[in-house]
Design a protein around this ligand. Sequence first.
Ligand SMILES: *Cc1c(COP(=O)(O)O)cnc(C)c1O
Length: 443
Amino acid sequence: MKNTEIQTLMTDFPLVKKLIDLEEVTWFNPKATTLKEGLPYVGLNHDNVKDAEQRLERFAPYLCQAFPETQATNGIIESDVVAIPAMQTTLEQRYGVDIAGKILLKKDSHLPISGSIKARGGIYEVLTHAEKLALEAGLLQESDDYGKLFSDEFRQFFSQYSIAVGSTGNLGMSIGIMSAKLGFSVSVHMSADAREWKKQKLRSHGVNVVEYEQDYGVAVAQGRKEAESDPNCFFIDDENSQTLFLGYSVAGSRLKKQFEQMNIVVDEQHPLFVYLPCGVGGGPGGVAFGLKLAFGDHVHCLFAEPTHSPCMLLGVHTGLHDNIAVQDLGIDNVTAADGLAVGRASGFVGRAMERLLDGYYTISDQEMYDLLGLLNRDEAIQLEPSALAGMAGPSRVEQDAEYLADKQLTAEKMKNATHLVWATGGGMVPAEEMAKYLATAKI
Ligand SMILES: *Cc1c(COP(=O)(O)O)cnc(C)c1O
């Protein structure tokens, strides 16, 4: 981008200057609207989500056998919701604000198979592809017990096909482990910031790990290029995949059931706020879509990004979406938050979801580390840095009187609010890595 273009952008959007200065910012989108008005722009609907739910149910008997850790939930990959009362008090003190209502933590960090939110979208896309191949070959019918896929016959069949993906780490883990288990030959193209232990874990599952010295965008482009030269290779496109998005969206109706079991009410008088760490946008976008379908206008979704990688905020705020990257503004896209080091947001997710997301904010790496240490101290829960991005959300909401007034979120309603912090990863971080994270927290 030319200097003059950047100057114009800063004049038109004063917030851009703050992003360039790496300040922590919060932006509530005045164009956020109702589900009714926003839904047509998504291009997907209830039936698509239902279809994804049913596909995952068909695969449950397979997952039970292939990953015995999913037996406890009958082959359904789902995470717990827990209260974090001590952390709530800590957050009030830290940010000097009363947080009315109750903060809960959604522990996607501890999802089986890959220990991150990617166990939703990534695994779903691999299963969708496997099902399609097996159906087309006449080896499978939708009415079958999919447990039969856990066999040498099917592993042999899938070994004729390959799968490729570009990843900063966690998506590669989900897709790599799932694909290898089914029998696919799988390559994960990993960016420079990917952790060594993730590469090792993948290799131990028989995954071909290709390393790059550049960032995520380059790893994706190279992965795509390699896949194009092989007709039997399926490239999983994290930036634009509707299938991934739908895999994530199933979280909405699942959460609704969990809340019912926990007697947590969500309605006009009991608003729900959900804080979602955002990288390229598919994960938080898909989850937010599912939440909107499940809870309608009573759920308010916010995306959280590192100050060094505010791609979705930048894209939506300027309306440029994937036509701008943070690097265009000289922002380096270097962050300790795995999965969030993305310079250019998904154009599909931004355009599909911008009307249904209340707001966006940025958070510094050190703040994520500090929150990581505080959550460990107060609740004995260990997450990876990116998973803490949502933890600053409740205070950002409480501090913005204009937003609350605009949405008619009165003090009365806020007393009944549920704040759900989506913890997106960390369950599989090795102990010595976690010790390093904890040592970086200044608490
Ligand atoms: C991938 C990831 C996210 C964000 O998902 P996107 O689809 O990239 O927006 C958040 N947290 C963690 C830990 C992740 O791995």
